[in-house]
Ligand binder design. Structure first.
Ligand SMILES: Nc1ncnc2c1ncn2[C@@H]1O[C@H](COP(=O)(O)OP(=O)(O)OP(=O)(O)O)[C@@H](O)[C@H]1O
Ligand SMILES: [Mg+2]
Length: 239
């Protein structure tokens, strides 16, 4: 598709949004997981998604990553309508995203190193760069000593740190992190958040879903979006 965006067609829509959701709903077996979500996110924003268990936080991140299709509504990424992205352009778009899944989704029969390296191999990076970069992110997440381990032999917190390393290794411009510190002790959780913040300071747009608002409260200037029963209940500025 071309570069015609909704903002070209409708002057009321801000041009610089990186993510826009229009009346997005997602139903599973007829039941709403997301209901009529409208959201406008600017490049470089830090969005903190909170809300009770089952509210729709993971679903929101999954529809943005195109891991799930919306039932109604539209999502624009940089003005591109996700519903109209051709399958040939999808991998290129995906590379802009780094996603930490709540359930990690590591490939069980590939080593820690291979799980992380796959992202850069798919992007066609050079072997020297891949080796250097993968070991660098594994050091940052303190998983370098387990580079040769298989995911099923790791603890939950270790798997989570690999999932974070994999999400960030490609230097994505949009980071979608679903409870990225849920399995970690306070020290490791802070290290993971610092790592995400490093990318945020370099300009990445970040969406973090978590119950644990207080972890971020003191350290991030951003926007808190509270979801309840699939709808946005409240938005507030943090700091
Ligand atoms: N694949 C699925 N099939 C059927 N229902 C689903 C599926 N995924 C999510 N749901 C339902 O959608 C609703 C929202 O789920 P979601 O995982 O987005 O919640 P959440 O806010 O991330 O919760 P938690 O804090 O527990 O992670 C829940 O009622 C859930 O049961
Ligand atoms: Mg969830």
């Amino acid at each position: 598709m071309g570069n015609i965006t909704n903002s070209d067609m409708n002057p009321e829509i801000k041009k610089n949004s990186i993510i826009r959701l229009f009346n997005v709903s997602k139903r599973y077996n007829g039941k709403f997981a997301l209901k009529d979500i409208n959201l406008d996110i600017e490049p470089g924003e830090f969005i903190f998604i909170s809300g009770p268990s089952g509210a729709g936080k993971s679903t929101l991140l999954k529809v943005l990553y195109l891991a799930e299709k919306v039932s109604e509504g539209q999502i624009l990424i940089d003005g591109m309508n996700l519903a109209r992205i051709s399958s040939s352009r999808l991998p290129l778009l995906r590379r802009r995203f780094g996603m930490v899944f709540q359930d990690f989704k590591l490939i069980p029969n590939r080593t820690v190193y291979e799980n992380v390296a796959l992202v850069l191999e798919a992007a066609g990076e050079k072997p020297d760069y891949i080796r250097k970069k993968v070991m660098q992110v594994l050091r940052t997440t303190e998983m370098d000593k387990k580079a040769k381990a298989l995911p099923p032999t790791l603890s939950g917190g270790e798997q989570q740190r690999v999932a974070v390393a994999r999400a960030l290794v490609g230097e994505p411009s949009i980071i979608l992190a679903d409870e990225p510190t849920g399995s970690l002790d306070a020290k490791s959780a802070q290290a993971v958040l610092d790592f995400i913040m490093e990318y945020h300071k370099k300009g990445a747009t970040v969406l973090v879903a978590s119950h644990n608002l207080h972890l971020l409260e003191s350290s991030v200037r951003g926007r808190n979006i509270e979801i309840t029963e699939g709808t946005i209940k409240r938005t507030a500025t943090m700091l």
